[in-house]
Design a protein around this ligand. Structure first.
Ligand code: HEM
Length: 477
């Protein structure tokens, strides 16, 4: 047999292959540097796993459009086996009818224009509550923490109708789960040596975390089981009620269990809580570093709100905030929350740019590298919202230079919800407050390092002092 014509890649060490390159707090940077040597389709051997890393828009298109069906599977990683109840969530479910039907259910229940309209009041109330809680503080606040709590509250109310009694306990457990599942686990690269994953002790910690998450969800799901018969109109159902109905009526091709429901809910909680807060934190960081951007964004939102009879932020104001949207778009380019997207695995062999990709190859799409590619972006290393003035690139997965939510069959199902949470919370922070660094801290000293995790977040949380400019009026809609 002739050897496969694999893409080029760095020399492989015995046993660990190229794993040495991943031992870095920001592996997407290292993979980007390697791609400048080996090209936009690169082959790595990570432990025992044959992997390709894609680093250009053109190559990403080949994976996510031309050969999307072949690459629509996910690898069987350690974290989603435990925290995703044996790959029965959406993000790591094998490609097939179970995944398709649950993803469709989530989109229908969370992200359609109709659902976005019926859940708008929740986002507006929670964002106003956040502004109110900040307005009584003159101490530096940890923005990342506040924003995570905000997004967590929003998604709990959207999926369950109300916050949990043990809200804080649940939020901390979700946080713990995202930290444990973060980054690369050694066991993911030696799948046939199960003991390696156990050696690190991570499995035991994830199992412990799951017990905590599961018990809180069980309690709240039980309450909904008892409420079910009281729901008269379909529009009064929440995601958890819809999933319970599908479980009871056998509405899917395969029977749905309570564990399946919990795994889907965990995906939704993690997807909604972390990403939007990361985007707003980075956007605020960039604007603190560039006061003229902050002033421009504040002037815009204050003008729009100032022209209204009742000075409160509503989602209907968002389409008028052109500059703020440009700041968010640039943040999705410059600080993508999921820089390597989620890994994929080929289900069949195929040929890309003349290279042979065997079945069961793991694929990382280095979106971060694509955002730094001068062939796709002018002055890619500069944070410049103005580039979106005439830029028509769309983030919903149609332009492969700009895929912060992924693309193809595995694209993120929470784009509308995630963007609404992001835009509304940023608009509120900009409208109500002026922001300063804590006394003694200088803009030049701001730590801009990233930590690669399940999402990529600012290593050192942004702490800012709020100065109230416009009082917060709380009115329940
Ligand atoms: C604003 C912030 C968000 C960003 C930047 C983001 C980003 C992403 C990315 C990059 C992927 C992988 C796509 C791929 O592999 O091609 C993804 C998948 C996913 N996201 Fe999001 N997401 C966000 C918000 C949300 C929200 C609000 C939810 C829940 C309602 C959510 C739920 C999911 C799920 C379930 C998947 C897996 C989809 C699949 O495998 O078919 N995300 N997201």
């Amino acid at each position: 047999r002739r050897p496969l014509l694999l893409p080029p890649g760095p020399p492989k060490l015995p046993f660990i292959g190229n794993m040495n390159h991943l031992l870095h707090p920001a592996p997407h940077h290292v993979l980007h540097n390697l791609a400048t040597i080996y090209g936009p389709i690169m082959h790595l051997k990570l432990g025992f796993v044959s992997t390709i890393v894609v680093s250009s828009a053109e190559a990403a298109k080949q994976i996510m459009k031309t050969h999307d069906t072949i690459f629509s599977n996910r690898p069987k990683l350690v974290a989603p086996k435990i925290l995703g109840y044996n790959y029965t969530d959406i993000a790591f479910a094998p490609y097939g009818s179970y995944w398709r039907q649950l993803k469709k259910t989530c989109i229908l229940e969370l992200s359609t224009t109709k659902r976005m309209g019926s859940t708008r009041f929740i986002r507006e109330e929670e964002v106003t509550r956040l502004a109110q809680s900040i307005s009584v503080s003159s101490e530096p606040i940890n923005l990342a923490e506040r924003l995570f709590a905000l997004n967590h509250n929003i998604i709990t109310r959207i999926t369950f109708g109300d916050k949990f009694d043990d809200e804080l306990r649940f939020r901390l457990a979700i946080r713990e789960g995202t930290v444990l599942a973060a980054g690369f686990q050694i066991g993911d690269f030696f799948p046939s040596l199960g003991f390696i994953a156990k050696l690190t002790g991570m499995n035991a910690r994830m199992e412990e975390c799951l017990v905590e998450l599961s018990s809180i969800m069980d309690k709240n799901i039980q309450q909904h089981m008892h409420m079910e018969h009281k729901i008269e109109k379909p529009q009064d159902e929440h995601l958890v009620d819809v999933l319970l109905r599908l479980k009871d009526n056998g509405g899917l091709d395969e029977p749905l269990t309570t564990d399946n429901i919990k795994s889907v809910l965990l995906d939704v909680f993690t997807g909604a809580s972390e990403n939007s807060s990361n985007i707003v934190e980075w956007a605020m960081t960039e604007m603190i570093r560039n006061p003229s951007m902050m002033e421009k964004a504040q002037a815009e939102v204050r003008k729009v709100i100032g022209e209204k009879a009742k000075p409160t932020i509503q989602e209907t104001d968002l389409p008028k905030l052109h500059y703020m949207k440009m700041v968010i778009k640039e943040t999705l380019r410059f600080h993508p929350p999921v820089p390597l997207l989620l890994p994929r695995e080929s289900m069949d062999r195929c040929t890309i740019n003349g290279y042979e990709i065997p079945s069961k190859t793991r694929v990382f799409i280095n979106y971060w590298a694509i955002t730094r590619d001068p062939a796709s972006w002018k002055d890619p290393n500069v944070f410049d919202p103005e580039r979106f003035q005439d830029e028509t690139k769309d983030y919903r997965g149609h332009d492969f230079e700009y895929i912060p939510f992924g693309a193809g069959r595995r694209v993120c199902p929470g784009i509308s919800l995630g963007m609404a949470n992001t835009e509304l919370s940023l608009a509120s922070l900009l409208y109500h407050f002026d922001w300063e660094l804590p006394e003694g801290e200088k803009v030049e000293d701001l730590d801009m390092k990233e930590t690669f995790g399940m999402t990529c977040y600012k290593s050192c949380s942004l702490r800012l002092v709020p100065r109230l400019r416009f009082p917060v009026e709380f009115s329940m809609t």
